[in-house]
Design a protein around this ligand. Sequence first.
Ligand code: ZN
Length: 366
Amino acid sequence: MGFSDFHGNSETVHRLRDMLARKRFPHAVILSGARGSGKYTLALMLAQALNCLAPTETDGLPDFCSQCANCRRIALAADLDAKFAEAVESREGMRETDKKETRLFVQTHPDVLVIPPDPPQMMIKVDQVRRVIETIYYLPSEARERVYIFTDSAFMKEAANSLLKVLEEPPEFATIFLLSENAGELLPTIRSRSMIFALTALPVEEVDRYLAEQRPEWKPPQRALVARLCEGALGRARSFDLDAYVAARADALAILNSALSGGEHTQLFKITESYRAGAEGRVKTEHLLRTLYSLLRDLMFIGSRAPHLVHNTDIQNQLTKLADTADFEWIARASDRLADVERGMRRNLLRSLSLDALGLALEKIA
Ligand SMILES: [Zn+2]
């Protein structure tokens, strides 16, 4: 492992490594980019480079060895979802009083602290920032540089104000990373005290090449599909659940087909019946709705003679046929109906019923 394992955004990575080389690495770095764009991966790599005990050089710039004690312990935090789930679980097991006072952190190295948003609100809370303030002014014990990684930019107000105080007077030996899907969410005063680096979407071809290495079992049309659906975010491509997507899409297509052709409803009801209450049903329904949106968007692209923008390339012929019967007005109304179902889900309406209603409503306007 080293910086060469970070795919894409090579100019940004180069600039960051160049600042490492000149010993001018900023105290506060905002890494902005879509979900799955590599913000966390890059922050951990930089944390390793800042603290590697046997630093190396590649392409004339600082790199990390990935073998020394510091590199290895920092890398243990790489699976953020798993570490986050562990932290949540261990808090769940506590007594009520302790639970209230326990904030979530991921820590695999004494000087590197990962601060995820705290459920259920999924925001960074003031007690989490307090932990940063309590530790940041002490010299690191086993690293050269204390590193703090906030994995989300949704801060409670008081938390943001506390962070601002740290950023006004950061110690020489600490670096704070703020990861954000939308840097505009952060206080302007926080942004102005940080350096902002944007991780942009990778071209479809690059994602496709990456998938050819990582998912050799996928056929070229499957790779092309995922490369388009993940919108240039490798993290999303890597963890993409193709089977779940294809299953949801088959249902979505059947609902659209049934609505556009009219008549027989047996098939429609059979499908909607399989979307049940409970957490699992909720996830399944969310997949279905997202897939319906994606198909409607593709139909729109085909209708407006922009087939190169279609995401679901592997079923393009099928979609082209469907597009013949779906005009813009229908697509627009169908999108509105979908939004109704989403609102209904938030109010916990019975899913299968609102999906039935969706299918029938789409038909009436066909
Ligand atoms: Zn190392």
